[in-house]
Design a protein around this ligand. Structure first.
Ligand code: PAZ
Length: 327
């Protein structure tokens, strides 16, 4: 009996070890960004300054997958960063959170997402006689409101960019080293659309692929970093992942499968074409639908998602505190 138990323990320990080795090997072959130390320092200082608050990491936008080492071409995806940037604004406006916004360079950002550069330019007038620049009065109320929210929350927002899949993965892992210190007060809201496929650098062309013949590319599977993230990197945090499908029929079963496989708290399931109007929040025990009509003025589903997850995170903290006090 005793030897059977120890045999089982050894097997379990070795499978955990294998998993860690596999992830480390995966990271080891990727190109490591040169700015990780400075990101870690910045994030550490930011979290320290805001340690009286809850901390959220929101990821946003899509990753690129380079086809060449000297990259001319890459594979990308549809994500505009609306979900992540809008959720960041609503979360900051609760006053309870400091947010690290890890986003795809040139995707939507909190506050500036409300207007394109062209729209903004069209609302400004230059007066040649006085050399003054004025803002259209009809535009001022909207601009004032956004500037007010921006000012009120700017000390609680840290923005960090990524472009490629490997920049995203390395930066995410680095940030968890900082966030892990804050235990259950940390929420990870993983809304970025991260590629499931990549070309290992060792198989990549060095220079621009020539167009002299048709092209066949072979992509490898990216290991699911959500598993080590939940299990090892931030084991005490409240982790929310998103699941996108285009086939509604498999969406919820895939979301449930993800929960079982990775052991985190919540999956927010959405379908590509209805993602601005409907999401389903899936936990181990139940599911809850949030629906809005995004065609109506000023209605954004992220406001309701954020209200919901803030409550769930608070319930989680309360439960952890109760469990700690009874031990
Ligand atoms: O960035 P966006 O607002 O255009 O889209 C948001 C989203 C659909 C990328 C997000 O809600 C999501 O589902 N992210 C995870 C995608 C996935 O890996 O399944």
């Amino acid at each position: 009996m005793a030897s059977g138990t120890s045999h089982l323990m050894t097997q379990r320990q070795s499978s955990v070890f294998d998993e860690l080795v596999q992830i480390d090997e995966f990271f080891a072959q990727l190109q490591k960004p040169s700015n990780l130390d400075s990101i870690r320092t910045k994030a550490g200082e930011f979290c320290k300054r805001n340690e009286h608050l809850k901390i959220a990491l929101i990821t946003s936008g899509g990753t690129t997958v380079p086809m060449e080492l000297n990259t001319v071409r890459f594979v990308d995806n549809f994500s505009a960063g609306t979900r992540g940037s809008a959720s960041t604004e609503y979360l900051l406006q609760t006053g309870q959170y400091a947010v690290i916004f890890l986003y795809r360079s040139k995707s939507l950002e909190p506050y500036s997402r409300h207007f394109s550069p062209d729209e903004l330019l069209n609302q400004l007038q230059w007066e040649p006689e006085t050399d003054d620049i004025t803002v259209s009065s009809s535009f001022k109320p909207k601009l004032r409101e956004i500037l007010k929210h921006k000012k009120e929350t700017e000390d609680r927002l840290l923005k960090i960019t990524f472009t490629t899949l490997s920049e995203y993965l390395f930066t995410l892992r680095e940030l968890t080293l900082v966030l892990n210190e804050f235990g259950s007060n940390t929420m990870l809201y993983l809304a970025a659309a991260v590629s499931d496929f990549y070309i290992p650098p060792e198989n990549m062309a060095i220079h621009k692929i020539q167009s002299s013949e048709p092209l066949r590319l072979h992509f490898e599977l990216v290991p699911k970093v959500l598993r080590p993230l939940v299990k090892f990197w931030v084991p005490d945090a409240f982790v929310i992942s998103f699941k996108l499908e285009t086939d509604e029929n498999i969406l919820l079963s895939k979301a449930r499968k993800a929960l079982t496989k990775y052991g985190h708290k919540l999956v927010i399931a959405n379908e590509l074409n209805t993602r601005k109007d409907k999401v389903t929040l899936v936990t181990e025990t139940d599911s809850e639908v949030i629906k809005v009509d995004s065609q109506l003025n000023n209605v954004e589903i992220e406001k309701f998602i954020v209200e919901n997850v803030v409550q769930r995170h608070q319930d989680f903290i309360t439960q952890v505190e109760a469990e700690t006090s009874t031990h």
